[in-house]
Design a protein around this ligand. Sequence first.
Ligand code: UD1
Ligand code: CA
Length: 436
Amino acid sequence: MSEIKSIILAAGKGTRMKSQKPKVLHEIFSKPLVGWVIDAINNILGKDKVENVVVVGCGSDEVEKYLKNFDNVSCVLQKEQLGTGHAVSMALDYLKNYTGTVLVTCGDTPLLKSSTLAKMIEYHEQGNFDVTVMSAILDNPFGYGRIVRGASGNVDKIVEQKDCSDAQKQIKEINAGVYCFNWASVKNCFKELKNDNAQGEYYLTDVIFWANSKNKRTSAFTIDDENEILGINSRVQLAQATQIMKNEKLNELMESGVTIVDVNSTSISPETQIGSDSVIYPNTFINGKNKIGSNCKIGPFSHFRGNVEVGDYSKVGNFVELKNAKVGSHTNISHLSYVGDAELGSNINIGAGTIFANYNSITKEKKKSYLKDGVSIGSNSVIVAPVELGENVFVGAGSVITKDVEKDSLALSRSPQKEYTGWVEKQKKLLNKGDK
Ligand code: UD1
Ligand code: CA
């Protein structure tokens, strides 16, 4: 395997989501379903060696807009959704000069793993197959296409649920909807597919039957973990997939030496790294890509919104929200703070209720703040970006900091305290007079 060309089917409507939004743009940990699929494929060899063609249709404008985030993804439009086989044929022109392996997946299976896809491609290429289909054995195979095997265990054909005979309905081996094709060998099949079936669609699954009829080599790659092929058709399945992804991540972290105090109330995105001996307290939500060091204390009730780095021995406490922030080691942000678009050094203390004001709602611009090592921010302060605080700067509680502060200085921006001696007694006397 030296390069990968992939076709991702994402033109379907997703009726059961009951949504205005195209199905593949529904999100898990703030990443669209199709984004998870693309990332899994890209990670097989690294994105420079992978080229993806996404077949778009329903909601194509929105889907294409999202796909612009990837530099190795092209889109082809399937105007009418005439079936999965028809969908793949939309990519024929794009791949007309290609002769290697083509991987076909669906844009709504966010749990597929790179490692599994890599194994399947190896299996397909080593076995010199023309078509390989991913299969799984399910206790409840209802709804899936069934793998019909011949006498020698070879894959004869795939029969869709709606086209199954009673005997075929008993088959527990199903088509996961992932395929490897020897493109040179099978690309001519797509023009020959027929739609004489229960759904009147051009089925991609018929490629197997076609290949057998031409004496080509077909096979099935059977996987153990059926979770991986979960396709999202409804909000309930979206929640199931989220739960599976979350649990896998928490288990991986615990295995690697991170304490998760309460797995039920903690969510950590798969793209977060956490060093050993860090402790994650309950009700913490860590979303997006983040890197947290070792021996940190996070939570309870912390919220990471992505692109956050936290150094070793640091603390992020309750009701602290972080986004786009780099935090050094031995730094404490213990309570009720927002840190966005900021770079904080080491040995810093951020007092309770400190807000980094990074956003101008008129210009829509975000600006950055820089705090050097040893800075101490008094409680209830606002750090208005862009601003830089030098080493060991001390900010008095309740300050609004709008200008750079030189190192080792005290910065205060609050009105001086006034004292009115005997004021309370005076008030009480006035009140008593009024009563009479
Ligand atoms: C398909 C397989 C079935 C398999 C199942 C696995 C066929 C005929 N059946 O069934 O054997 O068990 O997946 O989940 O392939 N799509 C298009 N254009 C179309 C039709 C579909 O892009 O014209 C896309 C959909 O957006 C979706 C994917 O193809 O991402 C699969 O389509 P779907 O209708 O969900 O197929 P299933 O009926 O689930
Ligand atoms: Ca269908």
